[in-house]
Write a protein that binds this ligand. Structure first.
Ligand code: HXC
Length: 296
């Protein structure tokens, strides 16, 4: 991505300090790059230090500026507090938080265990809330303005079969967005969310399209998937001071896929037992490889 892909003047986010959870890869990396291009100091965290370090290095080499990589598993309260301590000590308060880190995989709900639910809900729902709370307590105590952006899905409005823990968790964050926009609005902290349609990333494809093949824009009124700069432009707008009166909103960016098709995994109702077994094997071999890399 370059500044030419973005629709804003250079320096739009100068002076801002923004944390992107899960910023080492996928949509988080895209948003981190856009924030950096627009002049923000960017912090990215993820479970794998090597991944966030590599991303930070690549982004700074390409664009200059400052990207600070930090390891954090947002399922771990102590890790969240250590991360926030480190960031505040590094140069003062954050001005913004992007709750992007997530975990998800397709599965028939009857095949899930409570641990499978926890693997997703403790990251998406609990982890994002605890990160928001840790930042929010500091902002309130210090009397600072801030912007929180959460990356959701259109399933917050209609649920999603075969990804029920994710749909439940994201719907919870939608409620957080609306609730805290009101509760903390008078103290200058605003909350918005983006519900992206298909912006294919490698991590998402491995778990939501485990049979491989291209993500097709079937049923999308615009006949295509999202382009990364489109998402980045919306995120930058929501983090900028020019959108300060905009709060409590969840904005879909999906080519109207949700209105046309529901935007979820209802089409998997036709999968056979063998399809589900193969999907589970593909997803779990990918998760095992991730774990191997995390412990390497
Ligand atoms: C059924 C499964 C399973 C599967 C894991 N489990 N995969 N159950 N089907 N395919 C079960 C395991 O058997 C285990 O339960 C429990 O889940 C925990 O498994 P772990 O491997 O220990 O989990 P963990 O290492 O914590 O891995 C977390 C993860 C993994 C969520 C499972 O996928 C991950 O780290 N993902 C991060 C990246 C990611 O998911 N990106 C996609 C985000 S896309 P038992 O009982 O057996 O112990 C997204 C929205 C996209 O969020 C929107 C598109 C429109």
């Amino acid at each position: 991505m370059t500044l030419d892909d973005l629709i804003y003047k250079p320096g739009l986010l100068q002076g801002q300090r923004i944390l992107v959870t899960g910023g080492g890869s996928g949509l988080g990396r895209v948003m981190a790059e856009a924030l950096l291009l627009l002049g923000a100091d960017v912090y990215i965290c993820g479970r794998r230090l090597a991944v966030v370090e590599q991303t930070a290095g690549e982004l700074m080499q390409a664009h200059g500026g400052r990207v600070v990589p930090l390891a954090c598993d947002i399922r771990d309260d102590a890790a969240i507090h250590a991360l926030i301590d480190t960031i505040w000590a590094d140069g003062g308060a954050l001005t913004g938080l992007i709750n992007n880190a997530a975990g998800n995989f397709v599965s028939r709900t009857e095949d899930l265990s409570s641990r499978a639910f926890d693997a997703i809900a403790n990251t998406v729902f609990r982890g994002s809330f605890c990160m928001t709370l840790a930042c929010g307590k500091r902002w309130l105590a210090e009397g600072r303005k801030a912007s929180v952006l959460s990356i959701l899905t259109t399933w917050v409005w209609n649920g999603s079969p075969y990804t029920v823990p994710s749909a439940m968790s994201k719907a919870g964050l939608n409620a957080m967005t609306q609730s805290l926009a009101v509760e903390w609005g008078g103290r200058g902290i605003r909350f918005n969310a983006i519900a992206p349609g298909l912006f294919p990333t490698e991590g998402m494809s491995a778990r939501l399209n485990p049979g491989g093949g291209e993500h097709i824009a079937e049923g999308n009124p615009m006949g295509r998937n999202g382009r990364m700069p489109e998402l980045a432009n919306l995120a930058a707008f929501l983090m900028s001071s020019g959108s300060e009166y905009l709060t409590g909103q969840t904005i879909a960016i999906d080519g109207a896929q949700y209105q046309a098709t529901g935007g979820n995994f209802a089409h998997m109702a036709s999968w056979t037992d063998d399809d589900w077994t193969a999907a589970r094997q593909n997803i779990q071999s990918r998760t095992a490889e991730d774990k191997r890399l995390r412990s390497a």
